[in-house]
Each structure stands twice: as C-alpha cells, then as structure tokens.
Unconditional design. Structure first.
Lengths: 112, 111
C-alpha cells in the first residue's frame, strides 16, 4: 500500500487566493483526519470523517475553511480566502476503527 | 481544562544513553499514542496503548492508568533517534478516534 497520499507537498500562494489541499487515505480505512501543525500551537485536529461523514469539525478555525469527503478514497481541505496566518503544515491521516493513525507526508502551505 | 503535558521539552543525550520521555494527562483516556516526527517532517505512529507496556526494538512504552502517566523509553540511543516525540490521547468520552496532542519533546542524540 502506498500509504496516505497528499498533494501538493508545497504550496505558496498570495493572500486572498483559494487553496485546495488533497488527501487519499489508505484503502479500507474508515476514518480520515485533517490536522494543522504550527510552531506556536503544535498539532491540532481540524476535522475528521467517519465513513465519509464529517463527525467533528470543532477545530476548523473559521468559515474560510471547509472540508469534504465525496468518497472513501478522496478528501479535500479548502481555504478561501487564504490569509498569512494560515501558513502551516497540513497533515492528513487515516485509520481503521480506533486503531493507530497513519499520517501523510503533509502539505507545507505558505501564504504571502 | 483537559490537557496533555510532556516533559522534558528538549532533551540532549550522548549516543548509547538510556532516554525517558514523559507524558501526563488530566482526565480518563481510552488510548494513548506515541508518535515520532523526524526533521524531514513525516509523522510515524510508534505505539498505541491503553494499559501495561509495549516494546518494539529499542523502544518501550509504558502507561499507568491510575496515575494518568505514560513514559517512552529508548535504550542504547543513537543519533538516528533524533526527532520530536509526541504523546497523544483519546479522552474516554470521545466517539471515534479523535486525538489531543502534547507539545512534543525534541530529542537530540549526539555521537
């Protein structure tokens, strides 16, 4: 298995632009998580899905952030409009039931 | 406030030393995870445990549910163990696999 796949690996954009991050979980996993990591706040859960349904989005910072999981093999995290304070590394992870989570390589986002 | 605290924040060791990283949490949990993040940024799950002790190679993780405390031990440390080690817990009332993370311990092993 290729593991959790994220794209792009790096994204540099200008303030106000729309950013879309993509994730393909491990096949067969029924949980998918989006995390954000910054120096100041460490790793934070943004949202997670179970069987493609959003379960907890309490970590989504504001309405500029949205996430979708149209099917079991694909999820997106969108920021519109982006702001410099959104600069961070965004990780996607997946798991089977309550087992260990497998993390993707992350997307390093820089908003200028 | 429900918290996860790790100590120390930073740790420098000489190659070969025995290393201990600690994690304390404030309320009941159903699982505790230890993660490793290398300088390149990738995050790897080392252990998931809810009681007792687990061992994998030179790594040992223990948990004491009554004391709300877990430790990660590294025996015969090596420079390649240099990484950030992160403790994460699932609170006992949480549905699903939602984790709350500690701030991490930055480990540097010198040769």
């Amino acid at each position: 298995d290729a593991g959790v796949i994220q794209s792009p690996r790096h994204e540099v954009t200008e303030m106000g632009q729309e950013v879309t991050l993509r994730c393909k979980p491990i096949s067969g996993h029924d949980y998918l998580f989006w995390y954000r990591q910054t120096m100041m706040r460490g790793l934070e859960l943004l949202i997670y899905f179970n069987n493609n349904v959003p379960i907890d989005d309490s970590g989504m910072p504001e309405d500029r952030f949205s996430a979708k999981m149209p099917n079991a093999s694909f999820s997106t995290l969108k920021i519109q409009p982006s702001e410099p304070r959104d600069s961070a590394v965004y990780f996607c992870a997946s798991s089977s039931a309550d087992n260990e989570q497998f993390f993707g390589p992350g997307t390093r986002l820089t908003v200028l | 406030k429900n918290e996860v605290e790790q100590s120390p924040q930073n740790l420098t060791a000489q190659e070969g030393e025995f290393i201990t990283i600690n994690c304390s949490y404030s309320v009941g949990i159903s699982a505790l995870h230890w993660l490793q993040q290398h300088p390149g940024g990738g995050i790897v799950s080392l252990f998931m445990l809810s009681s007792g002790k687990k061992k994998h190679g030179r790594l040992i993780a223990t948990i004491n549910i009554q004391e709300k405390h877990s430790s990660l031990h590294i025996t015969a440390s090596h420079p390649r163990d240099s990484a950030v080690y992160i403790c994460a817990v699932r609170w006992v009332w949480e549905y699903g696999n939602k984790l709350v993370f500690g701030a991490g311990t930055i480990l540097r092993v010198k040769s």
